[in-house]
Design a protein around this ligand. Structure first.
Ligand code: GCO
Ligand code: MN
Ligand code: MN
Length: 392
């Protein structure tokens, strides 16, 4: 029996900017060992369901919407029907992207394949996918290079591959400008899977690469929880660095046990504390972009499980957002943070050579006192845990 949607403080609404991909809720549960377990859902049906659940938008790869072998007439009729579904549900398309990984032609990469014809084809496919995204008003264009990488270093010159990657992004930035598309490009780093090792594996690699492009202002990041967790990194540190550099253009929310294959589980279903600090970072920093759930329901689930998964992702985000407010309102937590603030942790306490050179050169430090004083992080963390567990 379908569950009824509850209307309480955690009911998602379009202004929360929650989005899903056609490929996420539409994932039929195929894995390397087993067949699909759920029927394919049509894009229009997905949009209708997401609208009813309170999502703001839906994103897609070109081929999630228009199959690879569609004729021009089929493309037109698919576009027409999808537009109708969007209009009826009020669901928006804030982001679009290209499938540069499914077709066997991309087995050695797309922009970095050793075959120059493949590299040119990848660019052509992306130009057409950018056209498609713009037909629905997409503003962010994601580049996830799932096939850009290697299993062996014997066959690829990685220095050349970086140049090919850069050429492709420079080319596509010019295309966006020439067409008047005004896209914001967001690179999505991932360390491995489907390739043994993927190029631009972390937020840091991608960030450094961006500043080597012709138009670094147009290009930012789409970091994903699961991808940094695979590498055992603290995701919110990478996201904070992206925010500080004004490069957080989009974000993929999900959950992942460290060190495993890409699990793409429901947001908040693994590391609650990590998820909390991520929501806190996004909310406290005033991030205004989409909260995109790049994840899918467990393979055990039928269609109802998929909508439980989608509703649960948004609900958990909103519960954690409320916990963020509770953290800010908690007197003891705020007292401890206030003590840190007095010691110099409050924002804005920065130095510069011009202003401080003499003072620092001549300052006398009470090193004994400085060595003895603790930071009360044990207490602060325990209070955070208790708050998350509902004991405060
Ligand atoms: C993955 C990636 C993808 C991308 C998607 C949009 O690990 O499979 O996260 O889901 O996010 O292709 O670019
Ligand atoms: Mn992923
Ligand atoms: Mn992703």
């Amino acid at each position: 029996m379908p569950r009824t949607i509850s209307h309480d403080a955690y009911t998602p609404r379009p202004e929360h900017r929650f989005t899903f991909g056609l490929w996420t809720v539409g994932n039929p549960g195929r894995d390397p060992f087993g067949d699909a377990v759920r029927p394919v859902l049509s894009p229009s049906y997905i949009v209708e369901k997401l609208g009813a659940l309170g999502a703001y938008g839906v994103n897609f790869h070109d081929n999630d919407l228009v199959p690879r072998d569609a004729t021009a007439a089929e493309r037109d009729s698919i576009v027409r029907e999808f537009r109708k579904a969007l209009g009826a549900s009020g669901v928006k398309v804030p982001m679009a992207t290209t499938n540069l990984f499914g077709d066997p032609v991309f087995r050695d990469g797309a922009f970095t394949s050793n075959d120059a014809r493949v590299r040119r084809h990848a660019i052509q496919k992306t130009m057409r996918a950018m056209d498609l995204g713009k037909e629905f008003g997409a503003e962010t264009y994601v580049f996830w290079g799932g096939r850009e990488g290697t299993e062996t270093n014997a066959g690829k010159n990685v220095i050349e591959a970086m140049k090919w990657f850069r050429d492709a992004l420079n080319f596509l930035c010019e295309y966006s400008i020439a067409q008047g598309y005004d896209y914001r490009f967001a690179i999505e780093p991932k360390p491995n899977e489907p390739r043994g090792d993927i190029f631009l594996p972390t937020i840091g690699h991608a960030l450094a690469f961006i500043y080597t492009l012709d138009r670094p202002d147009m290009v930012g990041l789409n970091p994903e929880v699961a991808h940094d967790s695979i590498s055992g990194l603290d995701f919110s540190h990478g996201v904070a660095q992206a925010i500080e550099a004004n490069k957080l253009f989009h974000i993929d929310l999900n959950a992942q046990k460290p060190g495993r294959y890409d699990q793409d589980h429901r947001f908040g279903s693994e590391d609650i504390k990590q998820s909390f600090f991520l929501v806190k970072l996004l909310e406290d920093s005033g991030y205004e972009g989409m909260r995109h759930f790049d994840s899918h329901a467990y393979r055990t689930e039928d269609e109802q499980g998929v909508w439980d998964f989608a509703a649960g992702s948004m609900r958990t985000y909103l519960i954690l957002k409320e916990k963020v407010a509770a953290f800010h309102a908690d007197k003891e937590i705020q007292h401890l943070l206030g003590e840190l603030g007095k010691r110099g942790a409050a924002p804005g306490k920065r130095i510069s050579y011009g202003k401080d050179a003499d003072a620092i050169r001549n300052e006398t430090f009470d090193l004994d006192a400085m060595r003895k004083q603790g930071y009360a992080y044990e207490r602060l963390d325990q209070l955070t845990v208790e708050l998350l567990l509902g004991a405060r």
